[in-house]
Write a protein that binds this ligand. Structure first.
Ligand code: HEC
Length: 287
């Protein structure tokens, strides 16, 4: 899909842009996350009046009945099962110093995934679950894991599995203005046009959600963080949310940004706050 877009930069953008609404949801000059959340949801309610909030956890399959059928067939023998098992084994394997992940994550790491990303007051930054895993490793003098796939994806698959059905619960502490600023940066990133195609995330996933872009129907961003990591048929393996972010940037030929950079962590913070209350269903499968 990415290749197709790359092959046809101008023609595909012209195709996509024909007949679309250029109105962004009102972006207030001061950050008001709850108002943002209401506006964000209202937009999708108008586009997809038949969907309930939990439906958004299913991504594009909530709005594409044909793709939904093959997705449901795949989910009967889910290709992510091995990753959950491997992740559990990794999670329970002690570090060289004898300590474990359970010793440094809140609630021993079980059923906490839906509460990430978190604002970390001491560090003064947004901490995603992937980052918390690597911080735990660093505290125990273990080398960091690469962030997009492999062992990290397996660990996150297991941790997500222990949070299944729990509603996304991301908070922006009111008494630390830096948290609100991080949220605002994530939001700005989401709405900012970039890349050779000069698209924002919102161009595809807000204004054009539900429309077809070549062979794909564009998913709403509500629920975009609910189901990670994901076994993607295109990847033939598990991958993390930030791997997907990176691919979407590549589609529009934008400057690459590494997984777990502050930009992507703040973006995840914004998107997760938009999706608060949606039950998590990670790990998942996507095409
Ligand atoms: C040119 C259009 C386009 C732009 C711009 C774009 N994406 Fe996407 N994105 C897609 C397509 C196509 C897919 C695959 C179908 C789907 O789920 O929407 C996708 C999928 C995703 C998914 C996975 C959805 C799921 O259910 O697994 C996420 C998350 C995502 N995009 C986030 C972003 C973010 C964040 C940005 C901005 C940095 C962005 N996208 C920019 C086209 C775009």
């Amino acid at each position: 899909m990415a290749a197709k877009i790359l092959n046809s930069t101008l023609s595909s953008s012209a195709l996509l842009l024909s007949g679309l609404l250029w109105l962004l949801p009102a972006t207030p000059s001061h950050a008001d996350p709850l108002q943002d959340q209401q506006d964000f949801r209202q937009h999708y309610r108008q586009l997809f009046p038949g969907l309930t909030l939990p439906d958004y956890a299913e991504g594009v399959y909530a709005i594409d009945p044909i793709a939904r059928q093959s997705w449901q067939a795949i989910e009967e023998f889910p290709p992510y099962e091995a990753a959950i098992e491997q992740g559990e084994a990794l999670f329970n394997t002690p570090f060289k110093n004898g300590r474990r992940y359970a010793d440094c994550l809140p609630d021993k790491g079980i059923a906490i995934a839906h509460e990430y990303p978190r604002w970390d007051r001491a560090k003064g930054e947004v901490i995603t679950l992937a980052r918390a895993v690597n911080d735990c490793r660093a505290d125990n003098r273990e080398a960091p894991l690469p962030y997009e796939k492999g062992d990290m994806a397996s660990l996150l698959a297991y941790l997500a599995f222990t949070s299944r059905e729990k509603p996304i619960t991301v908070t922006i502490p009111a008494d630390d203005p830096r948290a609100l600023a991080a949220y605002q940066q994530g939001k700005d990133f989401y709405y900012q046009r970039r890349g050779q195609l000069n698209f924002a995330c919102a161009t595809c996933h807000v204004q054009n959600a539900g429309r077809q872009l070549r062979s794909e129907i564009l998913s709403p961003s509500l629920g975009h963080t609910s189901h990670w990591p994901t076994y993607r048929l295109k990847w033939g393996e598990m991958g993390t949310l930030h791997r997907r972010f990176r691919e979407c940037l590549a589609q529009i030929k934008a400057r690459p940004i590494p997984a777990q950079s502050p930009e992507f962590r703040n973006l995840e913070y914004f998107l997760s706050f938009m999706s608060n209350g949606i039950p998590t269903n990670g790990p998942s499968t996507r095409k």
